[in-house]
Design a protein around this ligand. Structure first.
Ligand code: FES
Length: 133
């Protein structure tokens, strides 16, 4: 039977902030959206990058690796990968072979399906944030 596990104090995360917490060895993204707390598995539904290292805007968390976006309140996919947002310094100096290789890798990355991320129940008691894993 899973139980709620205390993971943080409410004062640790201001609205708009998020961080990774651990329950046993499970990596969990804890986010404060407008004063309400939400928890997702801290693995992107694309290739498992840490969403906690991405960006949180409103209730949308953006993966730092290939920029898929998820609704942090549900774990649902909001938008898939977007490799055009990855700045690669010196890209314009690469020759056509290197550019083609990059495009091929990009197509393979884009082809990996992006799935919803599991979400967890959150409970607030006093100033203690607990998550049920
Ligand atoms: S690992 Fe997150 S978008 Fe690819």
């Amino acid at each position: 039977v899973s139980e709620f596990t205390p993971v943080a104090n409410t004062s640790e995360l201001a609205p708009g902030e998020m961080k990774r917490v651990l329950v046993d060895r499970e990596r969990i993204l804890l986010a404060n959206v407008g004063g309400s707390f939400y928890a997702l598995r801290d693995n992107c539904g694309h290739q498992k990058a840490a969403l906690s290292k991405g960006k949180l805007e409103g209730k949308i968390v953006e993966c730092p690796l290939h920029f898929a976006c998820f609704d942090v309140t549900t774990g649902e996919v909001v938008s898939g990968t977007d490799l055009s947002r990855r700045a690669i310094p010196g890209l314009e100096t690469l020759g056509p072979d290197a550019m083609q290789a990059l495009q091929e890798v990009g197509a393979i990355i884009d082809d990996v399906e992006t799935e919803a991320v599991p979400s967890y129940q959150v409970r607030i008691e006093g100033e203690t944030v607990s998550v049920k894993v």
